[in-house]
Write a protein that binds this ligand. Sequence first.
Ligand SMILES: Nc1nc2c(c(=O)[nH]1)N[C@H]1C(S)=C(S)[C@@H](COP(=O)(O)OP(=O)(O)OC[C@H]3O[C@@H](n4cnc5c(=O)[nH]c(N)nc54)[C@H](O)[C@@H]3O)O[C@H]1N2
Ligand SMILES: Nc1nc2c(c(=O)[nH]1)N[C@H]1C(S)=C(S)[C@@H](COP(=O)(O)OP(=O)(O)OC[C@H]3O[C@@H](n4cnc5c(=O)[nH]c(N)nc54)[C@H](O)[C@@H]3O)O[C@H]1N2
Ligand code: SF4
Ligand SMILES: [Mo]
Length: 842
Amino acid sequence: MSTAHTPPTPPDRSDGLPPTWAKTACILCECNCGLEVLVEGRTLTKIRGDKDAPNSRGYTCEKPLRLDKYQNGPHRITSPMRRREDGSFEEISWTTALDEIAQQLQQVVHVYGGESVFFYGGGGQGNHLGGAYGRALFHAVGAKYMSNALAQEKTGEGWVDQQMYGSHTAGDFENAEVSVFVGKNPWQSHGVQRARPVLKDIARDPNRSMIVIDPRISETAAIADFHLQVRPGTDAWCVAALAATLVQEDLVDHEWLRQHTVGSDTVLAELGAINVTDFADRCGVPEATLRGAARRLGAAESVATYEDLGIQQAPNSTLVSYLQKMLWILTGSFATPGGVHIHSWMFPIAGRWHAVPPERRPRFNGARRALGLALMPQTASLLGRTVIAARRHRRAGVLIEWASQQAMSMFFRSVGPPIGQRIADTLSNASDDPKQATPVTGSRILSGLTPCNVIADEILTDHPQRLRALWIDASNPAHSLADSGKFVRAMRATELSVVIDVAMTETAHAAHYVLPASSQFEKHEASLFTLHFPHNTFQIRRPLMSPLPGTKSEPEIYAEVIDRLHVVDPTLLRSLTDAADIGMATFALTLFSSLERDTSLSGLLPYLLYRSLGTALGPDDQALALIWGLAALAVIAQPDAVSRAGFAGTGLAQANALFEALRDRHEGVVFTEDRYADAWKYIQHDDRKLHIRIPELLIELQALTTLPSTYTSEEFPFILSAGERRSFTANVIIRNPEWRRRDKHGALRISPGDARTLHLADGDHVRIVTETGSATTPIEISDMMQNGHISLPNGFGVSYPDKDGDTSVGVALNTLTTTTRRDHFSGSPWHKTVPARIEKLA
Ligand SMILES: Nc1nc2c(c(=O)[nH]1)N[C@H]1C(S)=C(S)[C@@H](COP(=O)(O)OP(=O)(O)OC[C@H]3O[C@@H](n4cnc5c(=O)[nH]c(N)nc54)[C@H](O)[C@@H]3O)O[C@H]1N2
Ligand SMILES: Nc1nc2c(c(=O)[nH]1)N[C@H]1C(S)=C(S)[C@@H](COP(=O)(O)OP(=O)(O)OC[C@H]3O[C@@H](n4cnc5c(=O)[nH]c(N)nc54)[C@H](O)[C@@H]3O)O[C@H]1N2
Ligand code: SF4
Ligand SMILES: [Mo]
């Protein structure tokens, strides 16, 4: 692979500013711990935890301390690039790139329809603002299909959540009497805020317990009270046996189930019929250990559970998601300290947006809503004209703002929920249709996302409805999705593929066009991982320095592409911009009424905000326009919880107060404050009950009795877990191998017993072979591993330009995996259960 791109000049100190400490956040995992960074020119010289950050309170792990390896280095790209026929790249100007891309997008849409353009990615662990703006392009071209990394891990769990209560949950591990981690190693992977002190507290406290289900003695399992060391891939039997023991030994909270759930009789009957002895045998956990753990659960005041990749990327994953939730449901651990809760959202990244009705609704709410919605279209036309005229008369502007304030206070809370619902559903690609499926393979679309494992199949076919163009932002699917080779072939088979990234990634190498993004420390960013309860937090990060010359931020890139598609009437943009100059109430009224007059504009909202309110906010703050929109949606969705977090007023006033706090408090903001019992209000079923009978999954539960529970063969006698989170892995956000202080080569872990059998010594190199490919790697003999189970870390095997050309350290895991081994329900890959063999190298 050759690239013509000239590496950027080494980090300069040209900004000329004195070194300053600034607040930002870690971008390496979903916890997004608050950071303080000493910025010298363009360099992040010192990094420490931010004690003021409301989510992490000063905590960090070891990973962000050398974040400069992300920010600076020869991996950064600084010019748009176009692929030549021979596969090499040439640098082109932004104007040429955007002109050609827009023109080719229009061409694809004209010939094959907007639904043939597929959007992938839109954010990593800390950058979701770009993807949010990208939704406007999705709608501008009339696209229908999209996906991201969630659709190779979390969509199965999301579907279960949706059936049972309609939203996402969080466990209160700081207070739980019993914490259960199912295929989750929070010591290394976090996911729980301040994971290590929280885990240590649990381990130290004789009155609290930890149950870990993991085939390895992970760092978390090592300090657990109960380690259920399953054979890889057999969690369905293990978790079913736990739930069955709760039922069969009558450790269930029957009264709670009667009051708060629907369908418990069937569930109890199914679990009652399970042969625990047989299931314990199938998963390899001693029956006494299983029963001991179940009794501990049954005796607890509170139970919180957390599932992750160990089961989400393994067989029967959707069923296991369902069963592990039974552990807190059967014990009645919901909406109570130490239990599991549905939380608020800034904007949902999984599941459907939902407005929680306020405790005190405005009087005549229904009538106001009807009247407001009826008046809106006329208001839009009227305001549009008046606002443009008022530009020349300041006094008229004051009057319009006053009138708009009256209208907003009269109608905002009544018309907000239906308008918010439409906007949110459009932006999150949510659909009421349970049968929503992809055009070629007919795969189930969950949470609006196409299963990652079928994307290539939706392209590599002569099906008339195949995907023709790929738009990829802030993701490296040619490295992170199963069977990388196949994904690259799929990219090459499209008529247009565009990649936006900070680096020349494996995916960028296969694209037609590559657009260089400003880094996450050179622009406004935010993470939408607002997954906390009872105090939910959100942080807007300000740029720490100017963009690297040659790069642009995603909001700007999307706006410039959409400009070229001419899908928005310029007079609308002008009236919105003028309205924003007059005042926030005038702007909000003009915006909402315009969206009500022409509902097809909903999907373009991020663009409309950027080009109107953003213009009024000025070039330094333009990207914050969408944050105002998010603040308004958050206030409509959970007004009381936002009030309790200290944002007074109602409606627009409250939204503005939240927006200003998000803009000004750089350490982040608690945007909702709930009481434990409030978790009930977030249930989306009208009866506010948990609907726990899921017929499709109960059939799968019955099938466990006969389903095979081994995945090895003579040819492939090992189970490889392809993607262990270790001390120095962070997906592939940091490409520079120098970042790692430990485990520099990403060794394959193997048990002492297996190493003996294969006559291997620590550090020996082996070839690992799977049905898809092979790779060589050093080994580490590790007591963590059980016989027959081997494990490779994620985040390795990416190219990095250095003085000797491109280097790559460690195994690119997805040269070893296949798209076909996947959950038949959610389509998530079995990365944790890859049959493999090991060949000793001479
Ligand atoms: N250090 C670090 N932290 C990260 C990341 C990172 O790259 N590096 N990535 C972030 C992301 S995107 C995610 S999704 C999370 C993932 O976080 P985790 O899911 O916690 O991470 P993993 O190490 O992939 O898997 C967890 C455990 O699953 C176990 N496992 C393997 N096979 C099985 C099985 O069959 N059954 C069970 N029960 N367990 C099994 C493994 O032994 C491992 O200990 O981590 C986040 N945090
Ligand atoms: N075999 C195997 N495969 C796996 C996993 C596994 O355990 N095993 N884990 C899976 C999981 S859980 C996940 S979450 C995925 C993660 O895989 P991906 O979704 O591909 O995400 P990242 O590896 O985090 O890649 C993020 C990309 O964003 C780029 N980037 C960084 N900052 C910016 C920015 O400001 N703007 C833009 N436009 N780009 C930026 C980075 O350079 C990088 O290329 O991998 C999955 N793949
Ligand atoms: S990697 Fe995760 S836990 Fe570690 S500092 Fe960053 S956000 Fe916090
Ligand atoms: Mo992930």
